[in-house]
Design a protein around this ligand. Sequence first.
Ligand code: UTP
Length: 475
Amino acid sequence: MMTDKIVENTKKLLEKHNQNHLLTFWDQLDTTQRRNLLAQIGRLDFPEIDDWVANFVRVPASAQIKADFVPVRSYAPVPADAEQELKYDRAVELGAELISSGKVAAFVVAGGQGTRLGFDGPKGNFPISPVKGKTLFQIFAETIAAVSEKYHARCPWYVMTSPLNHTETIEIFRSNDYYGLDEEDVFLFQQGTLPNFSFDGKILLADKAEIACSPDGHGGSLNALYQSGALDDMKRRGADFISYWQVDNSLINIFDPLFIGLHALDKAEMSSKAVIKSDPYEKVGNFCLLDGRVTVIEYSDLPDDLARKRCADGSLNFELGSIAIHIINRAFVERLNTGGFSLPLHKAVKKIPYIDEEGSLVEPAEPNGVKLESFVFDALPLASKSIILQTLRSQEFAPAKNATGVDGVEAAKQMIVARAAEWLESAGVSVPRKPDGSADCLIEIAPGFALRKDDIKAKLNRIPQINSGDEIYLV
Ligand code: UTP
């Protein structure tokens, strides 16, 4: 119940923490709006917010970075010697066993705002496949269905959304009949949010009775898995390993026996895939060791001289770029949550629409405030052990982050075609090429046709001759 006393106490609390502007429009609000606003304020932890303002909002991001990090070892995409070959073979076998016995859960984080893509709706609903225009969600669902069939397993799929896109995402799954998956095997849940701030540390209002908030970052997934009951659901099903990826990666290999097997053989708690960076300043996180722990340093925090530094063989000193693909032990996430953990917050300076003192909506043309978020890779140093497996970008990483250009939609589509062409050629199929070497046709391989290169050989009789300009869909 909203008593005068509660309102009075809220005013005092806000004054104490320098956030009394949140009640600027109180007199103009109706009872429901007042109740909603009080509820939002009630969910905020003001001493914690004071701490964020002092330590993140008002200080430059780089002030938080330690500089004594060194390069880290990783597994190469192919074994380096006979001994390692044996290990990789054992890993593939173990990984396959774990998938078959239902011990691996798929987990995509899809709670982001997708501002760079500029697509109307959840990013996962973006049509990306080059021939059929399948959405990212559909490609993932078909991959999970194909893996379930191949390994005779029931593979659950966890999808993290945020309050910004949860209802819409559920509607998309419903209207697509869960893409043919059993609804019981798809678990959608929401991550938390954090308030947005002006540069001087004031919480911004999105409306007269609404605090401006944004999702708490992909790092919020580790808490949301716990809070939502997703971890309990995994436990009930006997799923011990979580295969984590980002919703915009159109080439993701969700269930990779080698990666899962190496992670399990080495008794790691959280592991990662990496690609060799395309240039010293590529905008990906850098794997390194900090105090003996695997850590990711953001590209913007890697000093230029270290980014450029090369080894005797010419390779970059910090050559391992993060592509946000992880295997995470369910027990590790449980341990973090029951032990009381918090990931560091990162600040992002953004254009944030807000309501000014007159009550008018301002759509800023320039960045005007700060969003705070946590990153999932910041959990790596908390893991007792962490391995890194290098992979080839062309096989597993084609993010559709931007509408155009680098990491754009067209680039992702081209990579889907390029991988398909390469898989076919490796099985002896002839693919027409343009003078620049790219495929002179569109090819799309459905996950049910082939999950990996090696699956193509058994299907050669179903592959037509491919001519220049053809659009080929293999299903
Ligand atoms: P990005 O950092 O690319 O952010 O997220 P974004 O929100 O998708 O896009 P921009 O920056 O606004 O253009 C990488 C992955 O992490 C997920 C995204 O959905 C994407 O899969 N993510 C990000 C979350 O699930 N929650 C978040 O709070 C942030």
